[in-house]
Design a protein around this ligand. Structure first.
Ligand SMILES: O=C(COP(=O)(O)O)[C@H](O)[C@H](O)COP(=O)(O)O
Ligand SMILES: [Mg+2]
Length: 416
């Protein structure tokens, strides 16, 4: 039989329950019709090419179908048969649905907007171990947002300074100390020393406050090194690892997830570099899909932005968070992390927008407090608790001088 790209279009096709259904935004190139663009996308992302092929066998079972085109919104739906995919392999899936098509000349722009994941494919992934339950299973946060801080400057503190910042923040009321995305194992703050010193301070802070504390240790590295760092985290009694999931790559994230299961470690996903894929709204892969991928691969936390309140550009934080907490064939949920330019004065608005099933993370908004890290942590925690109870942050400042100072400094400013 002959296979031509035109054969990948059938607007009468009703996706099957077992299909992976993807929505794309498209801008066909000059001289290419909507039908031509949509069919080429379905072809190139499954088993077609530009030339007509003569093959025998069941290749049609592996062909995707462009089954809906809405020229007005630019949206095209493509349904992929599940046999096209290797179960449990996120790299293979992405090489289909977000692979060559991102650079096809037949489309000027193409963005993978959303996926409807079928049960069998979802069940081939582990999903998160804890998700939002980390608030009670690892921390003592109950129903309130978990609070986290990343020492600033993001690199350059030595190990002792880093651990001391941790102690100050933990004893000020913060639940989680977090490494920054570009802090791994550098000479000024080596990985294992930092792990040991930080956990010693964590233990001291737990004794002092009577609250559970934990450390989001950045294990990002290449190959076996990353797995060895996961093992080290577990051996020293850490409950979390942090991975820069986009720069590391999904195959490696899957390996980390497997290793973490062995140790019962939770995974905090930092998404540095996501904006290379999702910032231009007409091209790339949406943050919504990146978050879906992360959930399937099994991270427990992922950064999803600040609903526009912080320093970084965000896409639909609220919608993404809702997806992360909605049912997806029984997968555990993910605790979304709001971060990037947050401070105490923004907590009212943030929690009104995003609710309390989140983690809130502040770096500059804690360590830039006029009276230092400890006061910054007290202010941030007090503001978070107040906002979570529906009390205004301003009102809470009346009996918390640290919070009053933070509000004096930053008010409700949105940093840039
Ligand atoms: O260092 C920070 C925040 O520091 P600060 O609080 O000083 O801005 C982070 O890397 C952001 O969390 C990333 O943003 P996002 O959450 O959007 O991925
Ligand atoms: Mg950072």
């Amino acid at each position: 039989m002959g296979i031509r790209y035109e054969d990948f279009l059938d607007t009468a096709y009703e996706p099957k329950e077992s299909d992976l259904v993807c929505s794309f935004y498209l801008e066909p190139a000059d001289g290419i019709s909507w039908n031509g663009a949509a069919s080429r996308v379905a072809s190139e992302s499954s088993n077609g090419t530009w030339a007509e092929l003569d093959v025998e066998g069941s290749v049609e079972d592996l062909s995707a179908t462009a089954c809906a085109i809405d020229e007005e919104s630019g949206q095209v739906t493509v349904a992929y048969p599940d046999a096209l995919f290797e179960p449990g392999s996120m790299p293979q899936i992405l090489s289909c649905i977000a692979g060559n098509i991102m650079g096809m000349k037949a489309v000027d722009r193409i963005r993978l907007l959303d996926c409807k994941w079928p049960k069998k494919l979802v069940e081939s992934f582990p999903g998160p171990q804890y998700g939002s339950a980390i608030r009670t299973e690892i921390l003592d946060a109950g129903e309130r947002p978990a609070t986290a801080t990343v020492p600033k400057p993001k690199v350059g503190l030595n190990t002792q300074q880093h651990a001391t910042v941790g102690y100050e923040a933990w004893t000020g009321g913060i639940d989680l100390l977090k490494d920054d995305e570009n802090l791994t194992d550098q000479s000024f703050n080596p990985f294992e020393d930092r792990l040991i010193e930080s956990l010693a301070q964590r233990d001291a802070a737990e004794d002092e406050t009577g609250e559970k504390k934990s450390y989001l240790l950045n294990v990002t590295a290449s190959g076996n090194e990353m797995l060895e760092r996961v093992d080290m985290a577990a051996e020293h009694g850490c409950e979390f690892v942090m991975v820069d999931v986009v720069t590391t790559g999904w195959g490696a994230v899957q390996q980390v997830r497997e290793r973490c299961e062995r140790h019962g470690l939770a995974i905090h996903a930092h998404r540095a570099m996501h904006a290379a894929f999702d910032r231009i709204p007409t091209h790339g892969v949406s943050m919504r899909v990146i978050a879906q991928i992360a959930r399937l691969c099994g991270v427990d936390h992922i950064h999803t932005g600040t609903a526009g309140l912080g320093k970084l550009a965000n896409e639909d934080t609220r919608g993404i968070n809702e997806w992360l907490q909605s049912d997806c064939h029984g997968l555990t949920d993910v605790l979304p992390v709001a971060s990037g330019g947050l401070h105490a004065g923004l907590m009212d608005q943030l929690l009104t927008e995003l609710g309390t099933t989140i983690a809130v993370q502040a770096g500059g908004g804690i360590h830039g407090h006029p009276d230092g890290t400890h006061a910054g942590a007290v202010a941030f925690r007090r503001a978070t608790d107040a906002a979570a109870r529906g009390e205004s942050v301003e009102n809470a400042a009346s009996d918390c001088p640290e919070l009053a100072r933070a509000l004096e400094k930053w008010g409700t400013e949105t940093p840039r």
